[in-house]
Design a protein around this ligand. Sequence first.
Ligand code: PLP
Length: 444
Amino acid sequence: MTKTKLDRRLFMKGAGAASFMAGAATLPSTSSVAQGMGQMHMSMAYDLNEEFNRIGSGDFKWDAIRKAARPYDVPFPMGVADMDFRTLPHVTAALQKRLNHHNWGYEAAPADYKQNIVDWNKNRYGEDVDPSTILNCIGVLDGVTSALVTYCDPGDKVILHTPNYSSFFSVIPGSLCELAESDLILGDDGTYDFDYDDTERLLKEGAKAIILCNPQNPTGNCWTADQLRRLGDLANQYNALMIADEIHCDFVNKHSKYVPYASLGDEYAMNSVITKSASKSFNLAAHRTAYMYSSNKELMARIVKEGIHHRGLMHTMGTIACNAAYKHGATYMDDMQAYIDGNSHFLEKFCDENLKLIDFKVQEGTYLAWLDCRKLAKKLGTPEGDDRVGDMMKKFFIQKAGVNINPGENYGRTGAGFMRMNLGTTHRKLHSALNAIKSATDAL
Ligand SMILES: Cc1ncc(COP(=O)(O)O)c(C=O)c1O
């Protein structure tokens, strides 16, 4: 690319951001947009303000909800946990290069695949992952399932601290285990903590494993080393396996820190299995590529032998995509964190200033916002028929604001009154969605 073209491209990106700021100033109460910007340094190498059109691609987040919600239009789908941004250009370039080789027989992952996993975790989090213990899996949930079916016997109880990611509610019975739900405790600052006494009670009753979501979907909690150690000490004491799903670890807002569970010390690393993927960070979920590891080599060997979901063979394009992401994606990820941090702060300020029925405090990690809509639920009254409170609110947001967000009950029994909003979208779209919600709630 010539220098003039490059300069023009960079100028256009800057212009995009500037016109967004200027445009936003004309929207009601959006002078606070400025506060949402620049929380962290951004390289400006990637145009995250680009309005990337996903309509018609067949994805769940956009096409499925727009079809399901007919006759209502849903210009702001903020449900399914993937992002609206163009992925890292190196990912697309690597996939395009492989496409030119017109043969699709059985194939190994790229030679440096495991090394890039090791480097990513070391460079960003100081975590030492032993490459010899890394196992491929076609999804993080498949890794969790493999660990469960290997470690647990049918009928064993598995502890899930809720609210927690909805698919764990099917993964546990899908692994022939039983759910043991333990309510998280909501603090005044909007963060949650484990109920250690309740956890110990369940362990005493014989629970065999804990599924830990770190950072937590949907609450956004980044668990501190102290919290993790306290929980881990209980797991170790009662010989229950800690299965840590750390798929959201690359999304950490400015004031927070992600502590890798396996970095707590040998005794925690030996009694745990960690599952991760580049799929959330670089929006590669459809490529079905993830990985798991543990210091406990014996357990990993058993998982290979007995974990019915575990397959060493991977999708060719998936491993190429994830490899390119980890190899070239550090700056992109830094920018993404800054961008999501901006969205999160904007949302908090917007709620404080404009949405008296919705409370929100900036989440520590993930790109998911856990909105406290209990006042709104009260105002809306009683749900019709078999609807839950969250279903009633979901309909309200779709029908009156064109916004799709997820009912809190999807994440456990304490989720009623909360809604999960996906912030993995452009500043502009978020602002427009919030303005639509403001109009809808003002009219109540
Ligand atoms: C905490 C968590 N784990 C796992 C998944 C799904 O991962 P995969 O598609 O790799 O199974 C998600 C997706 O939203 C998630 O939020």
